[in-house]
Each structure stands twice: as C-alpha cells, then as structure tokens.
Design a protein around this ligand. Structure first.
Ligand SMILES: Cc1cc2nc3c(=O)[nH]c(=O)nc-3n(C[C@H](O)[C@H](O)[C@H](O)COP(=O)(O)OP(=O)(O)OC[C@H]3O[C@@H](n4cnc5c(N)ncnc54)[C@H](O)[C@@H]3O)c2cc1C
Length: 414
C-alpha cells in the first residue's frame, strides 16, 4: 500500500481545485492530492455553453489556475485517474483497479453527470451531451458551420444557452421542453417567460409541453427527434440538456448518508469520520434554511469549495452563503441570488422594464425578499443579497417603484 496521506480530493473540477486553495489559505502544510477523473487540469464549465462554445474564450482562459500554481502550492494533480472505492474505517481509497492511497482527510468533489436520454436513438452520431470541454468542442464543431437544424431537448439553462450559441452561428434551432414555460423549475413561469420571449425574438422555435419519444436516424446518424404523437422534428444536431445527476456512487458504496447528494453538515463533513463533500455532489446543511441543500452552480463550487478546504484544514466553518448563479444569452445578462426553494408558487415583483428586459425581479415570501434576479441591470446583486440576508420586510409596491432607491430598504429588517 502507498503510505501517502494528507488531504486527498476526489474530483478535479472547480470545487476540488478551490478546496486545495482553501486548505493552503488556512496554512495547511501537509500533502494535497487531487484525483482528477478527466485527463485535464481543473477548469470551469460555465463557458462551455457560452463564450467557449461560441469561440470567444480559448482553452487556457477556462483553467481554474495556471498549471504552475499547482507546483508552487505543492498540490499534486493525478489526471485521468478515477477513485473506485473508499474504506472510511481504514482511511483509504482505491484508485483505478488496485492502487490504495491513505488519507488523513478525504473530500468528495465528484460533481455531477449529465442525465442521459434513455429512449431509442440516444447513441446515434450527432446526439450531444454537454459537461466536459471535449463535449463542448464536439458540439462547437457541429454547430459552428451554421445552416443546420439543431434540436435541443430540454428547456433549462444549458438548453437555452446552447440555443443562443447555435442561433449565433446561424442555425435553425428548436427547443423541446416538457414544461409549459422554459426554466419553470428554476425560476417559475413568470420569470421564465422573459427567456421564452427572448428566444422567440431571436428566431428560436420553442415547443413546450412536448415530450420526446426517441431519436430517429439513418446509417447511424441522427436525422430527427420523434415527439409524442409520432411527429418527427428533423435535425442534423441534437443536444440533450435534461439535467444532471450527482456523482454519489463512491459515497453510497462506502455506506455514507446520501439523499439527493452526499449529505453533510454546514462544515461539509459527511456521515463518515474525516470524509467531506462539496460542490454539485454535496447536499450541505444550510444554517438559515435549517436543512440540506444541493446547489449545481459555479459560485457554489467556487466559494464553498474554498470553505471546504479550510474546514478540512481545521478551521471552524459554518457555510451560510446565499445561493448565486448567472447566465448570458444573446445580449441578456442575468444574476440570481436567493433561496429557490422558498419561491415556489410566488409571482415575482418586477422593478424596471420587463419588456425591454431591463429589470430586477424579487420573490417576496411572507413579506421578506427570499430571491432576486437582475436582468441587464448591474451592480445591484450585492444589495439584493443584503435584503435577503437581513430578512428585510418590504412593501411590494415600493419595491417595484424605481423612484425608491433599493438602498432605502437595507437596514429595515423585520
Ligand atoms: C455546460 C455547463 C454550463 C454551466 N453554466 C453555468 C452557469 O452559467 N452558471 C452557473 O452558476 N453554473 C453553471 N454550470 C454549473 C457549474 O459548472 C457546476 O456547478 C460546477 O462545475 C460544479 O463543480 P464541481 O467541482 O462540484 O463538479 P464538476 O465540475 O462536475 O467536477 C467534478 C469532477 O470530478 C470528476 N470525478 C467524478 N467522479 C470521479 C472519481 N470517482 N474519481 C475521480 N474523478 C471523478 C469528474 O470527472 C469531474 O471532472 C454549468 C455547467 C455546465 C456543464
């Protein structure tokens, strides 16, 4: 058995890389090893459906750190190697088939994998998933020539971002979604309809309340998507963006508590001694909500990743950040902060010009702001976060009135 110990991080994504950084920030001096399943240094994924996909960002710009950083910080990244099992009692993990590595503390930062379409034709050439840089390159090669019929299965963030990129390259784009309005699960119908109008205005065909029966093809290549009722929507390129599934296999096999993600306390400690989890894979106790939440967003991998590293290094951590994410589609930029779980069934209050797509939307629950989304309005998200954090009691009519400065609400907590 290899006698290496120290901190071992399984998963070389953003959360894993930030955890290494957080541990060094907290003056951890022992060895740090990242087991990176992909044969790549840690990189960030949001550009894979945006700037990188449209050819604006190059490969180097999506790296979390320059390669030299890892050597300077004495962080060993073992690329293209997967952890296959954990033995929490022995404080060991197995890499590949037989290498056994000891750890003092272990972090599961294994992220999530795209949900696959389970029906017929899913493996036809021309059917794409989008998670890795290689997926993004393959998709870019397929859509960059333009003039193709691109059908996107799924009207969530990734589906809509890919739709924008594919339109930008001059393709004919159709989005198929199960729900009546895109993004319903993320931001509800009212805010989702802003994105529906945006895409229609850019020539995307949205076919909502539509379920996919299968992909059809000829000679191994996709030629269309069959929807319920038998109609085939023709396509040369199909993108499946129907959500992601947390990579909990290692944790489950090791007997850790898993419930829609690896369950942790607010310091990222799982149910096993010295085993932590963070990022897309983790369901972390939120001190404000008083229940675990799993967040599949970049800012969480970024900020919580670092906090998990500090926690593993022995610092006291109680992670209570307000969830945050963003999107860019065409000329629309958006930031969202808040507790999506508290917004169900609530119609947002709009402040600004909804039709011009320049506004801040607030979700007000029991008189308090629980989430806010700024669209093409900048430098307000920090204030939105303060309103949420301070549990400010607001009058919706005043909140909607641009004549009342947002700052006027800060400090009026209930
Ligand atoms: C195309 C795309 C666009 C996105 N856009 C946005 C956006 O605009 N805004 C936003 O907020 N979020 C966005 N996200 C989400 C964001 O990228 C994720 O929340 C973030 O990547 C999560 O980081 P992570 O480190 O937890 O997991 P991941 O990035 O998934 O990294 C986990 C890594 O662990 C590896 N791994 C898994 N199992 C093992 C194993 N057994 N052994 C070794 N390695 C293993 C995986 O191969 C992977 O490399 C986007 C995601 C995608 C895919």
């Amino acid at each position: 058995m290899d006698s290496s110990s120290g901190l071992v991080i399984v998963g070389g994504g953003l959360a894993g890389a930030r955890a290494a950084e957080g541990a060094r920030d907290a003056a951890y001096d022992g060895s740090i090893t990242i087991i990176a399943g992909e044969d790549a240094m840690p990189y960030i994924r949001p550009p894979l459906s945006k700037e990188f996909l449209i050819g604006k960002d190059d490969r180097a710009s999506i790296d979390v750190h320059p390669e030299a950083w890892y050597a300077e910080q004495r962080v060993e990244v073992r690329r293209g190697l997967r952890a296959s099992s954990i033995d929490p009692a022995a404080h060991t993990l197995t890499l590949g088939d037989d290498e056994v590595l000891r750890y003092d503390r272990l972090l599961l930062a294994t992220g999530a994998s795209p949900r696959r379409f389970r029906g017929p034709g899913a493996d036809l050439t021309g059917v794409h998933l989008l998670r890795t840089v290689d997926d993004s390159i393959a998709l870019r090669d397929a859509i960059a020539p333009g003039g193709r019929r691109v059908v996107i299965v799924g009207a969530g963030w990734i589906g809509l971002e890919v739709a924008a990129a594919a339109r930008g390259y001059g393709n004919d784009v159709t989005v198929l979604g199960l729900e009546t309005v895109p993004l319903n699960a993320a931001i509800g119908d009212t805010a989702g309809s802003v994105f529906a109008e945006l895409h229609r205005a850019h020539g995307v065909t949205l076919r909502m309340s539509t379920s996919v029966a299968g992909m059809v093809g000829a000679e191994g290549r996709v030629t269309g998507v069959e929807i319920d009722g038998g109609e085939v929507v023709p396509a040369e390129v199909v993108v499946v963006g129907i959500g992601a599934i947390p990579e909990t296999g290692l944790a489950e096999a090791a007997g850790l508590e898993v419930d829609n993600g690896v369950t942790t306390d607010a310091a990222f400690l799982t149910s096993a001694v010295d085993v932590y989890a963070v990022g897309d894979v983790a369901s972390v106790l939120h001190p404000v909500l008083r229940r675990p939440i799993r967040i599949e967003h970049w800012a969480n991998a970024d900020v919580a990743g670092k906090a998990a590293g500090r926690s593993m290094a022995g610092q006291k951590v109680e992670y209570d950040e307000i969830p945050y994410f963003y999107t860019d589609q065409y000329d629309l930029g958006m930031e969202y902060s808040g507790y999506g779980t508290l917004t169900a069934g609530i119609d947002p209050v709009f402040r600004g010009d909804r039709d011009a797509r320049e506004f801040v939307a607030f979700w007000v629950n029991a008189g308090k702001v629980v989430a806010g989304m700024n669209v093409n309005v900048w430098d307000v998200n920090e204030t939105v976060q303060r309103l949420i954090r301070d549990e400010v009691v607001v009058e919706p009519a005043r909140l909607a009135d641009p004549a009342v400065p947002l700052e006027a609400f800060v400090g009026t907590s209930g």
